[in-house]
Design a protein around this ligand. Structure first.
Ligand code: F6P
Length: 363
């Protein structure tokens, strides 16, 4: 008699929109195309795998979740020593526990949906002998090997909406507004939302800013009769003076700063330089919440169903991605090998400059 195919699903790291759409895509197409398949959903990311806390998933579990935000399986962040181990708070290696659950369930494959960090930690699971397929999910869009991650477009929509709304109040009061957006050390979210919502200045980690240049841009706008300015600031934005520091030195500057985030620091420096009233808005996790936008629902469905096809073909060790509009399988080894920052010559940066958006590097 043919042995059942057993598949585990993990959603790991920070959540984002589209996770449930992806789970649905995986589940529905596994049940449709893979004979005698059994699907196990691990609770709360790697925790479920570590502690053997999972749920046997049936057809009904994959219905009615397409448009739901978050993840029905729950997620968590696990401590990860780059390239070495996934550990608990005491530094104990958690791989044996994860392998134990994998082997006890007799899994053929584990599908791991995660961001940049999860791709790297999933590679450790692969190296330990598990059959792994990953899906790229994150609002940061910083995963190598895919042009887009699911969650990203939904966050761009929300972030653009925040800036749209800030416009009217900034304009009524003639104030400078900084809107700080997520994205970790990559500027994809801020660049896209900034262009979409007509920000006047965009500050991203990939283009270190000079505060004098930012102030000059604000003042130039003022001279041209524009008494308000909107600055889209990536949470990882960095000044040109800090950019040359070592990682350790930068961490110290951050710790010693009296400002809670980079935007508050820029706001206080700008106010001092320009004399213009300045305010900060930080939408934070709001950017990761709520239902996925239609684009993400489609993309996550495509990724999920493609993962099921890879399982059917027993093609493991792959991340599903999208390149130039085509759904592709990228060796996990490559996807986990680096972070996808915004290239300095990315055409969108020029588009932004062409519509008179400043980056704080020149006036
Ligand atoms: O990686 C996704 C992300 O939302 C980043 O943009 C942000 O820096 C980080 O996660 C926030 O992490 P947490 O949810 O753990 O506060």
């Amino acid at each position: 008699m043919k042995r059942n195919t057993k598949v585990g699903i993990v959603t790991s790291g920070g959540d984002c929109q589209g996770l449930n759409a992806a789970i649905r895509g995986v589940g529905k197409s596994l049940l449709k195309y893979v004979d005698n398949v059994e699907i196990f959903g691990m609770y709360d990311g790697y925790r479920g795998l570590i502690e053997g806390d999972y749920k046997f998933m049936e057809s009904k579990d994959f219905s009615g979740i397409l448009t739901e935000g978050g993840t029905i399986l729950g997620t968590s962040r696990q401590k990860y020593i780059p390239g070495k181990a996934i550990v608990d708070d005491e530094g104990n290696d958690l791989m044996p526990a994860m392998l134990d659950t994998y082997n006890r369930l007799n899994l053929d494959c584990l599908i791991v949906m995660g961001g940049n960090g999860t791709q790297k930690s999933a590679k450790l699971l692969m190296d330990a002998g598990m059959n792994i397929i990953t899906l790229p999910k994150t609002i940061d869009n910083d995963i190598y090997g895919t042009d887009t991650t699911f969650g990203f477009q939904s966050a761009v929509d929300i972030a653009s909406n925040v800036i749209d709304y800030i416009h009217s109040t900034a304009s009524s009061h003639g104030r400078v507004f900084l809107v700080e957006l997520m994205g970790r050390d990559a500027g994809w979210l801020t660049l896209n939302a900034g262009i979409a919502s007509g920000a006047d200045i965009i500050l991203i980690p990939e283009i270190p800013y000079s505060i004098e240049a930012v102030a000059a841009a604000v003042e130039q706008r003022y001279r041209h009769g524009k008494h308000f300015s909107i600055i889209a600031v990536a949470e990882g934005a960095v000044s040109a003076t800090d950019a040359v520091l070592s990682e350790e030195e930068r961490r110290r500057v951050k710790e010693q700063s009296k400002h809670s985030t980079i935007s508050y620091r820029i706001a206080s420096e700008l106010e001092a330089l320009t004399g213009q009233e300045t305010r900060v808005t930080v939408p934070g996790h709001y950017q990761r919440g709520g239902p996925p936008c239609p684009y993400d629902r489609v993309l996550a469905s495509q990724f999920g169903t493609a993962a099921a096809m890879l399982i059917r073909e027993k093609r493991y060790g792959q991340m599903v991605g999208i390149q130039k509009g085509e759904i592709v399988a990228v060796p996990l080894e490559d996807a986990a090998s680096r972070t996808k920052f915004l290239p300095k010559d990315h055409p969108l940066i020029q588009t932004a400059r062409d519509v008179e958006i400043y980056f704080g590097d020149e006036v």
